[in-house]
Design a protein around this ligand. Structure first.
Ligand SMILES: Cc1ncc(COP(=O)(O)O)c(C=O)c1O
Length: 403
């Protein structure tokens, strides 16, 4: 007899068409230009090693004195981060987690029973599917649409609310569309949450990577409904390896107090934060500007390279680390025709030695759209964009040009 496995782990673990294409190119020794690189520790940035590593020597970390919400000095450091964004956050309303992903998991367990629903924007970040499945929560998409910018289809969102819906999830600014929720949309979203007794979960990991005008954090009140803002240093300080995230709770006092008391029990059950990272958090957050500047410079330079490419068109980017490129529709239909239908991303690996994410990876409509990372080293990015342009020309394709 072999042991059984849970149905929640019954994933399709087969290699995707794109991964197979990349593997085969590597096996054949074909050079690849990877425009999906988004690990900031592997993109050639100049990290201040002493400033990052010396706070880990704090002798206070020799004592085990856990606080389920996170040690007070670390929560105070997170509150200072929000103060820099003009938001007054009480450290007592913050819970530290080992990542934004863990913060989501705590919130799903807080808000939803097995089979309950959380509404999530489409297109958006794909990891949610796995997080929700592991916590037995059903994700139900609500559509964003593109019309001179991305917008929430609020009427459709409200239609998708059922008696089992517990929360609305929002990425602000969104990944990969790079757009922020408009202030008027926030008002309407909060009204919907109030009307249907739902919580609002707002992921702000890209809040600091703003390319146009500043974006207001949802930590800034007033809060009409129970609201949780999640974030972490994997993007804010470009330190994903240090594993620090958090959630901050806002909204009607009685509800927030209850939520925090329950979250404290969830956090206490795991006590997953390690002491050295908590003691170092203040220094890491205080040093974030230097690394953010480098990333922002890179993002601007790569956008300039895109702007200089005559044959490419892309959607405007307000914030974040990604851009959505739009290749001619013809390119997509060429690559999906024929006996062995391939996605545009697979064709690009095979014919141009280019690795990009297909729009479908983010549940985005448009087989002619691909997503690239804007934190790829500049020389690699320019070479990739040149290759993409040559590929378009070689296929007799000419796009509208410019965004
Ligand atoms: C929108 C969004 N939220 C959360 C995460 C994950 O963050 P963490 O490393 O803190 O789990 C990512 C990672 O790319 C992301 O894009």
């Amino acid at each position: 007899m072999t042991p059984g496995f849970s149905s929640r782990t019954g994933w399709n673990l087969e290699e995707s068409g794109l991964s197979a294409e990349v593997r085969s190119a590597k096996e054949q020794g074909r050079p690849l230009i990877d425009l999906t690189l988004s690990n900031p520790t592997a993109c050639g940035f100049d990290f201040d090693a002493d400033a990052i590593l010396s706070p880990l020597q704090n002798r206070a970390a020799l004592t085990y004195d856990p606080d389920p919400r996170g040690i007070p000095s670390a929560r105070a450091a997170v509150a200072r981060y929000y103060a820099d964004h003009g938001s007054k956050v009480d450290p007592a309303h913050i819970i530290l987690t080992t990542s934004t992903s863990e913060a989501y998991s705590f919130l799903f367990r807080l808000l939803a029973d097995p089979g309950d629903h959380v509404l999530v924007a489409q297109p958006s970040y794909p990891l949610f599917d796995f997080l929700a499945a592991l916590d037995d929560v059903e994700l139900r998409p609500y559509p964003l649409f593109y019309d001179f910018g991305w917008w929430i289809d609020l009427a459709e969102l409200e239609r998708r609310i059922t008696s089992r819906t517990r929360a609305i999830l929002l990425v602000h600014p969104n990944n990969p569309t790079g757009h922020a929720t408009a202030p008027a949309e926030r008002v309407q979203l909060e009204a919907i949450c109030e009307r249907h007794a739902l919580a609002l979960i707002v992921d702000e990991v890209f809040l600091d990577y703003v390319l146009t005008e500043p974006i207001r954090s949802f930590a800034t009140g007033p809060h009409r409904c129970l609201t949780f803002v999640v974030s972490g240093i994997s993007k804010i300080a470009a330190l994903p390896q240090m594993k620090v995230g958090w959630l901050a709770a806002f909204g009607p006092e009685a509800l927030r107090t209850q939520a925090l008391a329950r979250l404290e029990v969830i956090a206490d059950t795991f006590l997953s934060m390690n002491a050295p990272a908590q003691h170092a958090l203040g220094a890491w957050l205080a040093g974030r500007q230097a690394i953010q500047q480098q990333l922002l410079q890179r993002i601007h330079a790569n956008l300039a390279a895109l702007a200089a490419a005559a044959h490419l068109s892309w959607l405007p980017v307000q914030a974040g680390w990604s851009a959505v490129l739009q290749l001619p529709q013809h390119a997509a239909s060429e690559s999906t025709s024929g006996s062995q239908a391939k996605s545009l991303a697979e064709t690009l690996v095979q014919e141009a030695g280019l690795v990009v994410h297909p729009a479908s990876f983010y549940a985005m409509a448009g087989a002619h759209r691909v997503v690239v990372s804007l934190i790829v080293p500049e020389a690699v990015f320019s070479a990739g964009i040149r290759k993409l342009t040559e590929w378009c020309i070689s296929r007799g394709l000419s796009a509208a040009g410019g965004s």
